[in-house]
Design a protein around this ligand. Structure first.
Ligand SMILES: [Zn+2]
Length: 276
């Protein structure tokens, strides 16, 4: 019971069709089918027509998988998060491969490289473990023909090297790299997915990347419960609040919000191979 009252987020003005390309429903508190349905109802009231939910370790990935089975507007991505790459043992690999083949699983992620937490997070997987796990997830994505969903923190150079020559679709989730990296990624055909950080004042590079990107290479996401957009930065996030970043992206491209939402939803449907 702190003295400071925590900011509570509110949805942006109704906008549809919005598809949240990367969120963590379980971490938002929606673990049972009833909780998932209640959260999706709140999101629908703000214009959200679907979400792709993601885990970190195996328990959360199992919850993401279950949520996707239980709700018609929820799909899942499966993987072990890079900071937990050491957990990718034979049992985890077998189970992930099994889930990856399921039609409700639309991407392999989040995998990738996280150099930010290497020394500061207890038990964070080493560089070698993360690189090996990324290779394994790349092979899995290629074998099931689904997109690779990449987490990258402070690892631009090594990530681009690791992905060099990869032929499948790659989504750079929570894109937050400099404009030069955005240009290189777009050149390679990668999809850039933006969270609430595209609304942060200092992130002019991200809005520039949104403006420059070919229409088919953009997605919007919350990464909830983190990364809440302005004006509610720091508050707890959920898919309901995705309209803020979709509207910021429309502004960055100089197009109407409705057109932006439609473009982003069409991209999600195409990239994830689903009907919305
Ligand atoms: Zn995430």
């Amino acid at each position: 019971m702190g003295k400071r009252k925590r900011k509570v987020a509110e949805p942006a003005e109704y906008l549809t069709p919005l598809f949240d390309a990367h969120t963590h429903l379980a971490s938002c508190g929606a673990k049972t089918p009833e909780e998932v349905a209640a959260l999706m109802d709140r999101a629908a009231a703000a214009g959200v027509v679907g979400v792709c939910t993601v885990g970190d370790g195996m328990p959360e990935t199992e919850l993401a998988f279950t949520a996707a089975q239980s709700h018609p507007r929820v799909w899942a991505a499966v993987a072990i998060h890079p900071t937990r790459a050491a957990e990718l043992d034979d049992a985890a690999k077998a189970r992930l491969a099994e889930m990856a083949a399921d039609p409700r699983v639309v991407a392999i992620g989040e995998t990738g490289l996280d150099w930010y937490w290497l020394d500061s997070l207890d038990g964070c997987a080493s560089k070698e473990e993360q690189l090996a796990a990324l290779e394994w997830h790349k092979d899995l994505a290629a074998s099931v023909g689904k997109p690779l969903m990449i987490h990258n923190r402070d690892a631009d150079v090594d990530l681009m090297a690791a992905l060099d020559g990869y032929e499948g679709t790659a989504i750079l989730h929570c894109f937050s790299s400099p404009i030069e990296v955005a240009r290189q990624a777009l050149e390679r055909g990668y999809i850039l997915s933006f969270t609430g950080n595209v609304t942060f004042k200092r992130n002019e590079d991200l809005r520039q990347a949104v403006a420059e990107a070919p229409a088919g290479q953009l997605l919007v996401e919350t990464d909830a419960p983190y990364m809440t957009a302005e004006p509610f930065r720091g508050a707890r996030n959920e898919p309901t609040f995705i309209g803020w970043q979709a509207r910021a992206m429309a502004e960055a491209r100089g197009i109407p919000a409705e057109e932006m939402a439609r473009m982003l939803a069409d991209n999600a449907a195409r990239v994830y191979g689903i009907e919305l």
